[in-house]
Each structure stands twice: as structure tokens, then as C-alpha cells.
Design a protein around this ligand. Structure first.
Ligand SMILES: Cc1ncc(COP(=O)(O)O)c(C=O)c1O
Length: 286
């Protein structure tokens, strides 16, 4: 028999988190990151909850094409762009935006012939060292791209490597701004951590991912908390019946009780003067 574990995805919480990202990044375009099947939640399932976003960003071309086939009409950005020249044809046909992070992609765009020009985000390697054009090469890459008939508009982007850390923004941002100095294109910098904690990062568009799905990117909660969207029913049922395991049960219950800091605060309704729990909150699971 399968273990009776059920994950409930609260679409209203996702929608609320999109609204929160929009509010925090006031004036910026919000591209909801839905890579890896919406961080495992099921892209088609969560799509209605992302209606408040201005567009979507993901890695997988097939998923982007499915979104278009299903009628999704807002901007879709491919966060790693393309890997082979032949992918450019379906990308153009589906009017997808692409990230360009590598010289080989620029060469492919220079020789491609497309049904329509593409929106291109030039990704600067500002310290993540995963993808990105070296800061010294950014201006010349933009110059080459701006000349191409395959390119509609240019934007500049970067991805923070350590935006969940207190000092994780400044250095990368400086590198990015230096690399982009004088370039007249819109900017896209912030992921969730940038949106939630470092609004001064700014930019013309933001790319929140994990925060939409109810997780804080930090080892502490934010105020107000990001709304959790998953409730592991079986775990709560078990914890309500076996309070001794509380410390091991992740609290995603969404009770948002004031002062909540962890599982005990969540499940404990009252304590005696000696600290013993006198009343448990079973979260409606018993
Ligand atoms: C380029 C890019 N932007 C934004 C994000 C979203 O990041 P987060 O989930 O930390 O908000 C990702 C996710 O890995 C990404 O690769």
C-alpha cells in the first residue's frame, strides 16, 4: 500500500505571492519563473495562479512551446536561450524571448534566417560563473547583436549567486553595472531574494521563482511571510497525534499566526508555567 501522503497546492497562495512580488518590485515587469515544471508543482496546474505576472521564464523549450499551444499569449523567456541553431525556428515561430549567454549563440543568430526577430536578453556573468558573457565582452556582444535582423530588442540581465546572503548583492551588482555602463537597454536583475530583501536592486523586470511557490530563499522568515502553498496532510495528521515529532515536521501550514517562528509556535496553543504543552492545535487534521 502506498503511504498516504498528499500535497495540496494552494493556488490562491501562489497568486498572492505573485502580487507580493509585483508590489515589492513596483513598476517592474514580473516574469514568473516556472522552470522544472514550475519547481515541481505542475506548470499547467499552477498557470491560472500566475495570471498576475507579466510573463513567464523557464529553461525548457518544449514546455514553452506547450504554453503557446495552450494559448498563453504573454511574453515567455527561455532562461538558457537555445543550444542549437535549428531551435531558433520554433522559437521565432512561437515568439519566445531568449537569453544569450555565450559567443556561440551570437554566431548562430548571425547566420540564422527567421520568420520574426527575437527579444534577446544578454546575460552578463556577474559572478555566478554558471552562464554569462564575461563583463569585458558585454559591450561588443551587444554591438554585434543590435545589428542583426534576427534581433528585435535587447535587454541586459544577470543572476545573483548569493542574493540570499546579507552581503550577496553589492559586488555582483557593481560588476554588472560596470559591464553595462553606457548601454541603453532595459535591465533585469532580481530573483526572489533580490525582490524580497533587496528592492534597491531595481531593474525594469524581475524574475522571481522560489518565492512564488511559498518558500523563503533565506534561512529565516520574511515579514510578512511568503505564503506557503503546500500542506503535507499526512505529516500534519501524524504530528497532531504525536506531538513529540513536531520538531521534525516542516511547518508549511499557512496559519500565519503572529509571532510564529517554528513548529512549536504553530502547533502549540497553550503551555503551563513549567513549559509543558497543555493544548495542541491539530490544524484541523484530527
Ligand atoms: C536566470 C534565473 N533567474 C531567476 C531565477 C529564479 O530564482 P529564484 O528561484 O531564486 O527566485 C532562476 C532560477 O534558478 C534563474 O535561473
Amino acid at each position: 500500500m502506498a503511504r498516504p501522503i498528499v500535497a495540496v497546492v494552494d493556488l490562491a497562495a501562489i497568486a498572492a505571492n505573485v502580487a507580493r512580488a509585483r508590489q515589492l518590485a513596483a513598476g517592474a515587469e514580473v516574469l514568473a519563473v516556472v522552470k522544472a515544471n514550475a519547481y515541481g508543482h505542475g506548470l499547467q496546474r499552477v498557470l491560472p495562479a500566475l495570471a498576475g505576472a507579466d510573463g513567464l521564464a523557464l529553461v525548457e523549450l518544449e514546455a514553452a512551446l506547450s504554453l503557446r499551444a495552450a494559448g498563453y499569449a504573454k511574453p515567455i523567456l527561455l532562461l538558457e536561450g537555445f543550444f542549437e541553431a535549428r531551435e531558433l525556428v520554433p522559437i521565432a515561430d512561437a515568439a519566445l524571448g531568449i537569453v544569450v549567454h555565450d559567443a556561440a549563440q551570437i554566431r548562430m543568430l548571425e547566420t540564422a534566417s527567421l520568420t520574426r526577430p527575437l527579444d534577446v536578453y544578454v546575460k552578463v556573468n556577474a559572478g555566478m560563473n554558471r552562464l554569462g558573457i564575461a563583463p569585458a565582452d558585454v559591450a561588443s556582444a551587444c554591438e554585434r547583436l543590435a545589428r542583426l535582423p534576427t534581433v528585435e530588442g535587447l535587454r541586459l540581465m544577470m543572476h545573483f549567486a548569493r542574493s540570499d546572503e546579507e552581503d550577496g548583492i553589492a559586488e555582483a551588482r557593481t560588476r554588472f553595472e560596470r559591464a553595462c555602463a553606457g548601454l541603453p537597454y532595459p535591465r533585469s536583475l532580481a530573483n526572489s531574494a533580490g525582490v524580497v530583501r533587496f528592492p534597491e536592486v531595481g531593474g525594469d523586470s524581475v524574475r522571481p521563482g522560489i518565492m512564488l511557490y511559498g518558500a523563503t530563499p533565506f534561512p529565516f522568515d520574511t515579514e510578512p511571510p511568503i505564503r506557503p502553498i503546500q500542506v503535507i496532510n499526512a505529516a500534519y495528521t501524524f504530528a497532531a497525534e504525536h506531538p513529540e515529532v513536531l520538531a521534525y515536521v516542516p511547518c508549511y501550514c499557512g496559519c500565519e499566526r503572529g509571532g510564529h517562528r517554528g513548529n512549536d509556535d504553530c502547533f502549540v496553543m497553550a503551555r503551563a508555567a513549567n513549559g509543558d504543552v497543555t493544548q495542541w492545535e491539530p490544524h484541523g487534521m484530527t
